[in-house]
Design a protein around this ligand. Sequence first.
Ligand SMILES: [Zn+2]
Length: 687
Amino acid sequence: MRYLRMRLVLGLCVCCALRTGVPCAVPCVGAERVLKSGIDRSTFETAVKPGDNFFLYVNGNWIKTHPIPPEYSRWGAFPKLRDDNLLALREILDDLTKETKPLDADRRKLRDFYATAMDEARLEAAGASPLAGALGAIAKIKGQGHEELIAELARLHLAGTSALFGVAVEQDEKQSSRYAAYLMQGGLGLPERDYYLGNTKDSQRIRGLYREHVAKMLRLLGDSPQAAAQGADVVLGIETRLAEASRTPVQLRDREAQYNKKTLHKLALLTPHFNWDVYLRTMDAGGLSDVVVGQPEFFQRVDQMVETVPLDDWRTYLRWHLVHSLAAYLNRPFEEENFRFYSGVLRGVKQMQPRWKRAVTTIDLQMGEALGRLYVEKHFTPAAKERMDELVKNLIAAYRERIESRDWMGPETKKQALIKLSTVLPKIGYPDKWRDYSGLEITGDSYAQNVMRAEAFEARYRLSKLGKPVDRTEWHMTPPTVNAYYNPTMNEIVFPAGILQPPFFDPTADDAVNYGGIGAVIGHEITHGFDDQGSRSDAEGNLKNWWTSQDRARFTAKTDKIVKEYDACVAVDGLHVNGRLTLGENIADLGGVTIAYAAYQKSLEGRPAPVIDGFSGAQRFFIGFAQVWRGSIRDADQRLRLRTDPHSPMQFRATVPLTNVDAFYAAFDVKPGDAMYRRPEDRVQVW
Ligand SMILES: [Zn+2]
C-alpha cells in the first residue's frame, strides 16, 4: 500500500516531488499538496529530555508499544521494513503459483523453487535423503596423498558448504580492473574464534551447547548416541585448532593485512601438503596464475592439519559441515535443531518464522535478481529513482564543500579526496542489467537439491569471472534488501529499492526528515570511501596510499577519539562496544549525519525552513535521523553482535554521532549537565 501512495504522489505532482531542494511554497496547480513532517509524535517518550537520550526521546514509546515478535531477535525500522518486504515478495510468489498461463523460464523456476520450499509433506518424506549423494561421497574418501579429501572439499564448497576455509572471486583490491580469487579463513561453526578459545562464562556456556548441538545433528544423520558424542568432540577439536590460527574480527578489518597475493608456486611453498591443483581443477578454475591469501598463517595451519588429522576425523568434520549448511532445507527435526541452536541459543529468538517467510528469504538469497525484478516492476517507480538521483547529487555537492573546507587536511590530500569523490558511482533501486538464470536447474522434487544447485550455479558464475573484464553493472544486494553498501574496489554506493521507503525515504514528507533519514544513509555510504579502511583505496578502487603522512596522522588522531567515544558505551550486561571493531561504521555514521545536515541546509538556499507540526527544520532533520534507528534487541543477540558486528548497537548509532554535531545542540538546546552533552573541545569532526 505504501508503494501505491508513493506512485500516486509522484504522479500527481511531479514538479515538486522530484525536487529535493525545497518543499513547495505554493501548492501545485490542481493538487492539494501539503508536505507532512514525516514525524509521528506517538513514537516519542516525552518524559525523556532530548539532550539526555535522544534515541529514547524520539523512539521510547514506539519501543514500549512494539515488543520484539517471538520470531525475531530484534525489531525496529530495519527489521519491520524487511518483514513488510517479505510479504510483498510472498504475494509475487503466490501469484506465480496461481497463474494458469504458461510462465517464462525465470518465473517457472521461482514458482517451482517456492513450491519445494512450501511442501512440508514432501520435506518430511524425504528426511535427510537429499544429502545421500554427498554423504556417500564423503564416506568413500580414501587416503592417497589427501587428493580425494581435497577434491571432495572442493565439491562441498561448490554446494555452498563452508568447511575448512572460504573461497571467493572479487575484484583484485590492488588491480581493480581484474578479478582475483581470494582464499579466506573459515571452517568454524561458531561465529568467531573466541567462542572456542575464550574463558568467559558466555564462551564456555555456548561452547558446551554447541557440542550438544553438533552431536544432535550427527544423531539425526543416523549415528548412535555414543558415536555422535565422539563425533562432536572431533568437530570441536578440529575447529578449535582452526580457531587458534584464525584472526580476530578486529584484525580482519585491516584490508592491507588481508591482501597477500601469491603465485600458485608460492602458494604451494606455503602449503606443501595441500594439493591446490586438485582443488582448483575440481572447481573448474584450473587456469589460475595467482591467488590472494587472506591469512597465510591460517592456511599453514590447514596444511599441517591435512597432513596430521586422521581421515576418519575429516569425514566426521565434513559430514557435520554438510548437514550444518543444509539443515534449514531438510525436514522438521533438522530445521528445528538448527533453529534451536543458531537462532535460539545464539540470538535468543523464541519461535521459528512461519514456513513462508523462511521460503521467501531463501529464494531472495538464491534467485534474488529474478524475484527482485518482479518486485521492482510492482513496487518501484522511475520517479522514485529520479528523486534519489537528485538527493545523491546534493549529498555529493555538500561533501565536496566539506572536503574543501576541512582545515586538518592539506591541499595535496584534498585534491585526491575530491578526485575520489567525483568518481563515486551511485546505483539506485535495481541493476541496469539483470542476472541470467538460464543455466540454473530448478526442479519440483527437492528443496535442498534446488539450494545446492543454486549454490553451485552461483559459485561457478563467480569463478567464470576470472580472466574476464570487470562487470561494473553488478550488484551485491538484491533489490528488496533493506540496506545499502559502499564497495571500495568499485568506489560505488548502492541503494536497493527495499530501503527507499518510510521511515528512510518518504516522498510525501518534507525534505528535512528525508535528509535526516535516507540522506544520512547516503552520506554514511559515501563516508565509507573515507573511513579508516575505505580511505586506503584510491579513486580507481585500488588499495594504494593517496594521503600525505601528516594528513593521515591528523586523521588517525581524530578517529582514535571516536574509538574512545564508543569504547565507553555499555550495551548489555556491563559489556562495552568495541570501538576498534566498529570504527569504520562509526566514522560513516558521524560523516553521514554531518554531510546530510550540510546538504539539507544547502537545499534551503538561504530561506528559513518551514515549521511543521511544531518542529523547526533542524529539529525534524535530527528526529528523522533518530527514528530510523528505533528498535530493540534481545540480550543474546546483542552479546553476539558486540563480538562480531562492525556496526554499533542501534541506540548508540542514534546518539553518539549527534554528541559531536554542534547543530544538534542548537536545535534541542542541549546544555552542560544533559547526559548527551560533550564539551565543544571534545567534539570530533572528521568529514
Ligand atoms: Zn556502513
